[in-house]
Write a protein that binds this ligand. Structure first.
Ligand SMILES: [Zn+2]
Length: 278
């Protein structure tokens, strides 16, 4: 249904990153978006015809209502967190019919299942498959810098960019892992996002969100790796070599890139002239 909505938007105006969520809102009969200081991150109400979306905005003391049809320059800029919330609420609207007021479609999931479904749809709305695949295809190998580029281009958080890349066959079939590591509330490092190729998944298991990176990397790096913010390390055994690099990002976050270097990589490198594939 998310793809159907994107398809409809594409007929009105060619969609390109970053996705204009207000254009999608118009199609979904959302009349206004309210930015307000409130506890929940977002909410959706039905009106006599259509919907009304509320988005948490703790920078404001008073709510403001943004008309969906207002020009881009008249709308307040949403943070990546708010864009995700808006995409999530738009996903909820897909589960209603077109009557006045809209009625829930039959057979819709409920509770946690429904929220998980809307999260998934939100990621797909913010980073549509065809646009992500096209952007990834422009890059020879995906690394931390590419994730930051994609996050900027699609106006999403690095977590969402990683999540969508992890769903691509180009990543599954690659020889790479990128972990996004952030400090938790307790100050400990935890994995906050990742993409992981099948090769690494088969060998190390799938990383888990919230897991300490040292746990997933056990056996590949030693203590000294963690003391230097720009540390690189090389793990090798008889069969393979794994290059491991830390890429600083912010005071409280960094990326860790892992790359499998097979023995025939040197021959692949010789197929290049000045770094460009030939
Ligand atoms: Zn929800």
């Amino acid at each position: 249904m998310a793809d159907f909505l994107l398809g409809r938007a594409n007929k009105v105006k060619r969609i390109e990153p970053p996705i204009d969520l207000f254009e999608l809102a118009k199609i979904q009969r959302v009349t206004a978006v309210d930015l307000r200081p409130m506890l929940p991150t977002g909410g959706l109400s039905r009106r006599s015809s259509g919907f009304w979306i509320c988005i948490q905005d703790l920078r404001r003391t008073q709510p403001i209502e943004v008309a969906v049809g207002s020009p881009v320059e008249d709308r307040p800029r949403l943070t990546t967190r708010q864009r995700f919330t808006m995409a999530h609420e738009l996903a909820h609207t897909l589960l209603f019919d077109t009557s006045d007021p809209p009625q829930p479609r039959a057979g819709c999931p409920k509770g946690a299942k429904l929220e998980a479904l809307c999260h998934r749809a939100a990621r797909r709305i913010l980073m549509p498959p065809a646009l992500v695949t096209a952007e990834v295809a422009k890059r020879e190998k995906l690394g931390a810098r590419d994730i930051l580029d994609l996050a900027r281009l699609f106006d999403v958080s690095p977590e969402i960019a990683l999540w969508r890349c992890d769903e691509l066959s180009a990543v599954r079939d690659s020889d790479r892992v990128v972990l996004y590591v952030r400090k938790s509330f307790s100050g400990a490092d935890e994995i906050a996002g990742f993409f992981c190729s099948s090769w690494f998944q088969d060998r190390k298991g799938r990383p888990e969100l919230g897991m300490p990176p040292a746990k997933w990397l056990s056996g590949l790096v030693d203590e000294s790796f963690w003391s230097d913010p720009k540390a690189t390390s090389m793990f090798s055994d008889v069969k393979e070599e794994i290059g491991i690099t830390r890429v600083p990002f912010a005071k409280t976050a960094h990326f860790i890139e892992l790359e499998l270097r097979r023995p025939d990589d040197s021959s692949r490198a010789s197929d290049r002239v000045n770094g460009d594939p030939v």
